[in-house]
Design a protein around this ligand. Structure first.
Ligand SMILES: [Zn+2]
Length: 251
């Protein structure tokens, strides 16, 4: 019912945004694991918990992330062989597909709101988001260039229950990241937790009626001064301008 009401207010609501659930193939899964291992120092510094394969060779790599950036082709092939024979398994996608399909109306309502931001200040929206299930990841992450959203699940493809965030709220969180990455985060060089604070603020302030249980991250520094500039209205009308003002007024 809400959906119909919202649709009347929006001229672009006819364009349907798709979320496609998939897992990585062998090669992609290996590349992604190397990418995660290469970022282990960042994850540790920021207190992210990242499950890793229970495998001696890869645990060693995790303890020496700098090795990954200088890894030669021969070593890489050796690790890939170990990965194929001891680690890789496809992840069933049916459980998460069902969760996403059951939330069709929720996502429609979310995108009706986000399309307003796209129209007003170029919030980036993809026609298709690939929701990629992964085993080794700090929970959720995203790739700006492709609109890929990564989500940690268990080997059966069940969402991680240790995660405090509701599964779908977490997907929206990543969609917001992708939307603001170029036009705000890179342009104004936001710090990591400053960026997370902004994403949480958009989710709570702008989409809060659709995500009443939205869970804010408690890690990291507090950027509450941003609240002077980031309001429901500035989010809707011109968030990059609000962020520019926030930086101009930074002492
Ligand atoms: Zn985030």
């Amino acid at each position: 019912m809400n959906q119909n009401m919202n649709q009347n207010n929006n001229v672009e609501s006819d364009k349907y945004v798709q979320i496609v659930v998939r897992d990585y193939d062998k090669e992609e899964s290996f590349q992604n694991l190397l990418w995660v291992l290469g970022r282990m120092n960042f994850y540790l510094e920021n207190k992210y918990v990242v499950p890793l394969p229970n495998n001696k060779s890869f645990k060693e790599l995790a303890e020496n992330p700098e090795k990954i950036n200088t890894i030669n082709t021969i070593d890489k092939e050796m690790y890939y062989e170990i990965f194929l024979s001891e680690i890789y398994k496809p992840i069933p996608t049916d459980i998460v597909s069902k969760i996403i399909n059951n939330k069709h109306d929720f996502y429609s309502s979310i995108f009706i709101e986000l399309k307003k931001l796209n129209k007003n200040w170029n919030f980036k929206i993809f026609d298709v988001y690939n929701l990629i299930l992964v085993l080794w990841s700090p929970g959720g992450s995203y790739h700006t260039g492709t609109g890929a959203i990564l989500r940690r699940v268990d080997e059966e493809g069940r969402p991680d229950t240790t995660f405090r965030q509701d599964f779908n709220d977490g997907i929206v969180h990543e969609i917001i990241h992708i939307g603001i990455e170029e036009v705000i985060v890179r342009k104004y060089k936001l710090e990591h937790w400053e960026k997370e604070f902004l994403v949480d603020t958009i989710c709570k302030l702008y989409l809060g009626n659709l995500m009443p249980q939205y869970h804010t991250q408690s890690q990291g520094k507090n950027y509450e001064r941003m609240n002077e500039f980031v309001t429901y209205n500035t989010i809707q009308k011109n968030l990059p301008e609000a962020i520019q003002k926030y930086f101009e007024n930074k002492v």
